[in-house]
Design a protein around this ligand. Structure first.
Ligand SMILES: CCCCC/C=C/CC(=O)SCCNC(=O)CCNC(=O)[C@H](O)C(C)(C)COP(=O)(O)OP(=O)(O)OC[C@H]1O[C@@H](n2cnc3c(N)ncnc32)[C@H](O)[C@@H]1OP(=O)(O)O
Length: 385
């Protein structure tokens, strides 16, 4: 084992794998995957860096011990404080979700850092080169995980581009279905409000124009996505992460998830084709409560109104959802793709027209005092949702 990694970096941050055999309390259905992932960590040829090791550490602790229950280390105890912060950031993330996220993270690392494990070609592929996502393709399922948990998976400009790239790749790969989900306690807090602070030389008008172009292209990718697209909504969802759900084929939600589109509060207007899809899904009165008055729905309410397909208790969410998804992935892929075409194609032209109109209205809205004030208030910590 000459190319076995040098674990001297564990002195900086104690690696979770070291503790594997010390804690058997977390034996559950996915313990095997968890153990495999830990073994895979040992096969990494390169040091993944402290930031990733902290994430692994935090997920390991959450998966095996639950929410952070240690007293906060003193400011000068830098290493333990970094570890404590990483663990504490995960809040009340359920153990099972933490285990799954640990497995996903290792899975994405294994390819980007060249694991020396033998992977059967074509059966388990992981995409590399993403900064804001984890993307895995396995067992007929391409899974795209929003991966900025410390920012509640807010979608920054880079993430918009990476999601589009991942969707384009997924539409061409040999998977049957594609899943979008979030890492951490949120599904997504929507548009990253700091996107509005990076003003180009052409000023705010140019910024608004560029943002409208990006948004239109982003939503267009969901309208045109050819395979069954499933949202696994692991926690609260805000803004654009909610509106595009109307373009998904199936939406599964944890009972911890909420659905919030506070556009008026932010001086903005609906996007993601929600001005059309939400009306069709839930009728104009319920859609107005959400899109105009910013009513936040519980997962149960969203399910009753047709936006969500099914809701599961958070404690069994991952297990129940992935059992279903694995079964879906075994269905004949061409039949699923053609059925989706039959169901969706006659709406496509309309959806593109709605998308274009929403983006053009928003381009104006972003220049309004109402919108600018709302962004400034959030960024200056004066307001949250
Ligand atoms: C190309 C442009 C296209 C535009 C398309 C338009 C889309 C419209 C929308 O999506 S509207 C929705 C916009 N989203 C919001 O308004 C959410 C703002 N966030 C919040 O209100 C809160 O953060 C919260 C309720 C989501 C979570 O509150 P909590 O107290 O639990 O956590 P924190 O506030 O401490 O958040 C942790 C850190 O994450 C940062 N953050 C969270 N969400 C966003 C966001 N949307 N944009 C930017 N940053 C966000 C937050 O600032 C904290 O960062 P810090 O640790 O560095 O302080």
């Amino acid at each position: 084992m000459s190319d076995f990694p040098d674990f001297s970096y564990l002195q900086v941050i104690s690696f979770p794998v070291v503790q594997l055999h010390m804690n058997r309390a977390a034996m559950t259905a996915s313990q095997k995957d968890f153990e495999n992932a830990m073994n895979q960590v040992k096969l990494l040829k390169k040091d993944p860096g402290n930031e990733v090791k902290l994430k692994l550490y935090a997920l390991y602790k959450q998966a095996t011990e639950g929410p952070c229950n240690m007293p906060k280390p003193g400011v000068f105890d830098l290493i333990n404080k970094a570890k404590w912060d990483a663990w504490n950031t995960l809040g009340s993330l359920p153990k099972e979700t933490a285990r799954q996220n640990y497995v996903d993270l290792v899975s994405s690392l294994s390819s980007s850092l060249e694991s020396s494990s033998q992977v059967e070609p074509g059966t388990d592929r992981k995409s590399t080169g993403y900064e804001t996502l984890m993307v895995t393709s396995e067992g007929g399922i391409t899974k795209i995980t929003l991966n900025r948990p410390a920012k509640k998976n807010a979608i920054n400009v880079e993430m918009y581009h990476e999601i589009m790239r991942a969707l384009k790749a997924a539409s061409k790969d040999d998977s049957s279905i594609t899943v979008l989900t979030g890492n951490g306690d949120y599904y997504s807090s929507g548009n990253d409000l700091t996107n509005f602070t990076d003003i180009p030389p052409g000023g705010v008008e140019e910024k608004a124009k560029n943002s409208a172009i990006l948004l239109r292209e982003f939503v267009g990718c969901f309208i045109d996505f050819p395979k069954p697209l499933i949202a696994v909504v692991n926690g609260p969802a805000v803004g654009i992460s909610v509106t595009i759900l109307g373009l998904f084929d199936v939406v599964y939600a944890s009972d911890r998830a909420t659905f919030h589109t506070p556009f008026s509060h932010l001086g903005q207007s609906p996007e993601g084709c929600s001005s059309y899809t939400f009306l069709k899904i839930m009728g104009p009165a319920k859609a107005t409560e959400m899109l105009v008055f910013g009513k936040k729905l519980t997962a149960g309410e969203a399910c009753a109104q047709g936006l969500v397909t099914a809701v599961f208790p958070d404690s069994t969410f991952q297990k129940e959802v992935w059992t279903r998804l694995k079964a879906f992935a075994k269905l004949p892929p061409n039949a699923m793709r053609i059925s989706k075409e039959v169901i969706r194609n006659r709406e496509k032209e309309k959806l593109h027209a709605v998308n274009a109109e929403e983006c053009s209205v928003l381009q104006e809205r972003w220049l309004s005092d109402e919108c600018m004030n709302a962004v400034v208030n959030f960024l200056s910590r004066k307001s949250k949702l």
